[in-house]
Design a protein around this ligand. Structure first.
Ligand code: BGC
Length: 504
């Protein structure tokens, strides 16, 4: 009996990356420049979410009302995430209606206004308003940058290029921890810590003026000659013709041709529902496996593990943030070679093992309130933390963003990407807001055990639902969902000249 492997989750079915002349990551300076510019949004995402924990220490010195009120402190921290939820939800639609370029410029304006407002804030209310502005900018950037990069990227290096945006996020977080650490002795500098974020936004705004709109968005909006002019900068003449043919083919089959789809349209067709379920599931699992408890509470976890010096705790978090950067670079190198599935599955296996180590280390904690780990167990907890980041960063860090930038059909790319980024931000909010209370409720050991359980579910989710999209064109990915939804016979129209049988 022969098994039709094309129907298995890990298979891209009869779809294979074509035998075209491959472009390497470093060879196309134009796409690399575009990626780095778009990635400034990622840098601000990382910096603005990372810097606040340090800045808060000094804000408390300046505003007595904040010092006396923990709800106000939490509001200052979480307002950016609330803004990001709004920005991601609305940003998806802005992307489809007005284009990726305008969405990026809009995010920059919000970053600039927000940073300025925070820098001059006379009281906590204005500060919170500034955080909201910056947060909306972060949300819009979190949807726009991956989509803009993916749409300009040759399919064989698309994963690595989108992951470069995640490198900018982790780089931004590292930078923010460095700033937090270097300003530990200087009171009152929080205005600079928050205000400097306007500078990369101004730089991105200026650079974006010179960069083109996404070729795929242009083509869809019937600005075909402009789209082709952009593609000419990316591909040589042979490959250019192939890319144009694919766009033309996709455009002929596009039932939503030229229209901006609404959020409700996502629920109407089975293949879009399937794609969204997969994309949003990955985003939720990225957060519910606990990454931001490590990123936001690392110094606290280090102190819980018995290292009481504040400086040492901050230094260890800086090391964790640096490892996150290095791990993301490894992810960039692997994602287009091993594929998204293998990388995510290997990452989740390591995350699971590290969480067990963390949980075990904290089980050695004496039962008395406020007690910390003995030095051996404390170091074991640090090992668990470091391993956690080493496994998370190449896989579950970049894969959800990369997959979400490539699994939706053109008409839905902004809206669905925005909705699933919103799922990411909501999950982020829930985990970050409840971490300390859950620790209070079930202990540190129990909390890490819960995350370990979630990582098993995440593993099964990837195994069962996430298709391999490595090297596939957008049109080929679209066919996967149609096949899964049963709206396309296995032998129906090829959808592009690159589709070849890969299962003998
Ligand atoms: C996540 C962020 C997280 C970061 C950690 C990103 O992929 O979306 O929420 O803080 O990785 O480096």
């Amino acid at each position: 009996m022969t098994i039709d492997k094309s129907m298995m989750p890990g298979s891209s079915g009869p779809l294979e990356a074509s035998s075209k002349k491959e472009i390497s990551f470093w060879s196309n300076k134009y796409v690399l420049g575009l990626t780095t510019t778009a990635g400034i949004g990622g840098l601000l995402f990382g910096y603005d979410t990372g810097v606040i924990s340090g800045a808060l220490l000094y804000i408390r010195d300046d505003f007595k009302a904040v010092n006396d009120n923990s709800v106000l402190q939490e509001t200052i921290v979480s307002m950016a995430v609330v803004g990001a939820m709004i920005g991601a939800a609305a940003g998806g639609w802005v992307n489809d209606a007005y284009g990726r370029k305008k969405a990026t410029l809009l995010a920059d304006v919000l970053f600039i206004i927000g940073s300025f407002v925070m820098c001059i804030a006379p009281d906590h209310n204005i500060l919170i308003l500034g955080r909201l502005f910056v947060g909306v900018g972060v949300g819009i950037a979190s949807v726009t940058a991956p989509v803009y990069i993916a749409e300009a990227a040759p399919s064989e290096i698309r994963g690595g290029l989108v992951a470069t945006n995640v490198l900018m996020i982790t780089g931004g977080q590292f930078l923010s921890y460095l700033v937090n650490l270097s300003f530990t002795e200087v009171p009152g500098t929080w205005r600079w810590m928050l205000g400097v974020a306007a500078i990369p936004a101004v730089v991105q705004f200026i650079l974006m003026i010179f960069l083109p709109e996404s070729p795929r968005w242009l083509y869809r909006k019937d600005k075909k000659s402009k789209a082709i002019a952009v593609l000419e900068n990316i591909y040589d003449s042979d490959r250019l013709q192939e890319e144009i043919d694919q766009l033309a083919d996709a455009s002929n089959k596009d039932s939503q041709s030229g229209k901006t789809v609404s959020y409700f349209d996502v629920l109407k067709s089975k293949e879009i529902r399937l794609a969204f379920f997969t994309g949003a599931g990955l985003q939720a699992f990225q957060q519910f496996t606990g990454i931001n408890t490590v990123m936001y509470y690392c110094p606290t976890i280090v102190q819980m593990a018995g290292f009481s010096s504040k400086q040492l705790a901050l230094l260890l978090s800086l090391i964790v943030a640096a490892m996150n950067v290095v791990g993301t670079i490894i992810g960039i190198l692997l994602i287009d070679k091993c594929g998204r599935r293998l990388l995510a599955l290997a990452s989740l296996s390591g995350v699971f093992a590290s969480l067990l180590i963390l949980s075990y280390a904290f089980s050695l904690q004496p039962k008395t309130l406020g007690a910390t780990l003995g030095s051996g167990a404390g170091w074991l907890a640090i090992v668990g933390l470091v391993l956690y980041i080493a496994f998370f960063s190449p896989g579950m860090g970049p894969v959800p963003w990369a997959v979400n930038s490539e699994i939706y059909p053109e008409a839905y790319r902004g809206v669905c990407g925005g909705m699933s980024a919103t799922v990411n931000w909501i999950s982020n909010f829930i985990v970050a807001q409840t971490f300390l209370s859950v620790v209070g409720l079930v202990g540190t050991r129990g909390t890490f055990l819960i995350f370990a359980g979630v990582s098993v579910l995440a593993f099964l989710f990837v195994l069962l639902f996430v298709p391999e999209t490595k090297g596939l064109t957008f049109e080929q990915v679209e066919r996967i969902w149609k096949e899964r939804a049963g709206v396309l016979g296995m032998s129906a129209g090829s959808g592009g000249q690159h589709l070849q049988g890969n299962e003998a």
